[in-house]
Design a protein around this ligand. Structure first.
Ligand code: PMP
Ligand code: GLN
Length: 380
């Protein structure tokens, strides 16, 4: 068996959700909303399921969704995208990330990964024969150290993965940080794999900026989005990749042997969603910002030090009032004893991780957030 995967633990998200189910805990671990996204999108999927077409759609994705992705790139970022040559639909951003890494990274290449990082990146980089090079950012600011980032680049650097807004940190990269990354990629002839699944979940007047729109970067960035996050339909697993034709080509070749294509009913429905009015997108962010504030206030009231969060589904706190300085143990006890599941932030590190931080997901109904805080209050 393959040593990269043999003995690897099950992802922390699945592990904590399983423990939450087993114990009846309120699940503030894995990131998914507890209310499904817009009915008009779900109705569209149901209509296509009933009336078709339900057979293999084209490998790159149905034209309607590729056109909608191109139109969204123009509407939100002013990008000019050729839907026929520059857009690929995948089964979730998870597949898009794997396709992009396998398509671009060759044995001996280095890929810069900003730590903490989403857990799927590193095993796929390794399986592609690449070497992850970590650049750590530290709480509570999670700021990029320009010197450390510059030092991570080498003649072997093929790409940097930039997850913005960033899970689990809740960080939204500043314009200056993105400029710095763009400059280093241009100077070192490197690509960006831009994991922008939380692009529409930015708060307090922040607007997502994509690295793809920075000078000189249009041809260097592989931009990845996810309908799961944008439409609160995480189980649908619809992702989309935007990239220049020469970059998209090897990525599409991987896609053709991983899933080949993606359910047509869901694609048609997501195309409908991407064409919805600006109000939908504004309201999505405003609603989630309210939930962030509600959970942050509740956690603070029971003694947690809550870190700032500019975007995503997540807030990070210290383990403070728990008096346990092992985050994994803290999360297990929180789940079993308090009845609230969370995720240990150490799971987002390659090694030598800080063990004082836990991540809570806030995209839940207000009464669920309140009940979770009440349970914590009771337990502490
Ligand atoms: N990237 C990040 C940073 C994520 O948090 C997630 C989690 N959903 C994904 C990618 C995967 O998205 P999808 O569900 O569309 O595969
Ligand atoms: N992105 C989700 C999270 O961070 C999890 C998705 C998954 O379970 N793979 O919680």
């Amino acid at each position: 068996t393959n040593p990269i995967f043999t003995g690897m633990p099950t992802t922390i998200f699945e592990a904590m959700s399983a423990l939450a189910r087993e114990t009846g805990a309120i699940n503030l671990g894995q990131g998914f909303p507890d209310v499904d996204g817009p009915e008009e999108i779900r109705a569209k999927a149901a209509g296509v399921s009933l009336h078709g077409p339900n057979q293999y759609p084209s490998m790159m994705g149905i034209p309607g969704l590729r056109q909608a992705v191109a139109a969204a790139n123009r509407r939100f970022y002013g990008l000019d995208v050729d839907w026929q040559r520059e857009v690929l639909v995948t089964s979730g951003a998870t597949e898009a990330l794997a396709d992009a890494i396998f398509g671009l990274v060759a044995p001996g290449d280095e890929v810069i990964v900003i730590e903490p990082f989403y857990d799927s990146y590193v095993p796929i980089i390794r399986q592609a024969g690449g070497t992850p090079v970590f650049v750590r950012i530290t709480p509570p600011e999670w700021a990029i150290d320009p010197d450390a980032l510059a030092r991570a680049f080498s003649p072997r650097t093929k790409a940097i993965i930039v997850n913005d807004p960033m899970n689990p940190a809740g960080k939204v990269f500043t314009h200056e940080e993105l400029s710095l990354i763009a400059g280093l990629c241009l100077a070192n002839d490197a690509y960006v794999i831009a994991d922008e699944v939380y692009e529409h979940l930015t708060f307090d007047g922040r607007r997502h900026e994509t690295l793809m729109s920075f000078p000189g970067m249009r041809e260097r960035v592989v931009r990845i989005g996810s309908a799961g996050k944008t439409f609160s339909l995480t189980g649908w697993k619809i992702g989309y990749v935007t990239a220049a034709p020469n970059l998209l080509e090897p990525i599409a070749k991987v896609h053709q042997f991983v899933t080949f294509t993606t359910p047509p009913n869901l694609q048609a429905a997501v195309a409908h969603g991407l064409a919805m009015g600006d109000d939908y997108f504004t309201e999505l962010a405003a609603t989630q910002a309210g939930k962030r504030d509600r959970l942050a206030a509740g956690l603070a009231s029971v003694g947690f030090e809550v870190m700032a969060c500019g975007g995503t589904y997540f807030i990070t706190t210290d383990t403070g009032p728990l008096g346990i300085d092992d985050d994994a143990e803290a999360c297990r006890r929180l789940t079993r004893e308090a009845g609230v599941a969370a995720v240990p932030v150490s799971a987002f590190y390659a090694g030598n991780a800080p063990t004082r931080f836990i991540r809570f997901c806030f995209c839940k109904r207000d009464e669920v957030l309140d009940a979770a805080v009440e349970r914590l209050e009771h337990w502490l």
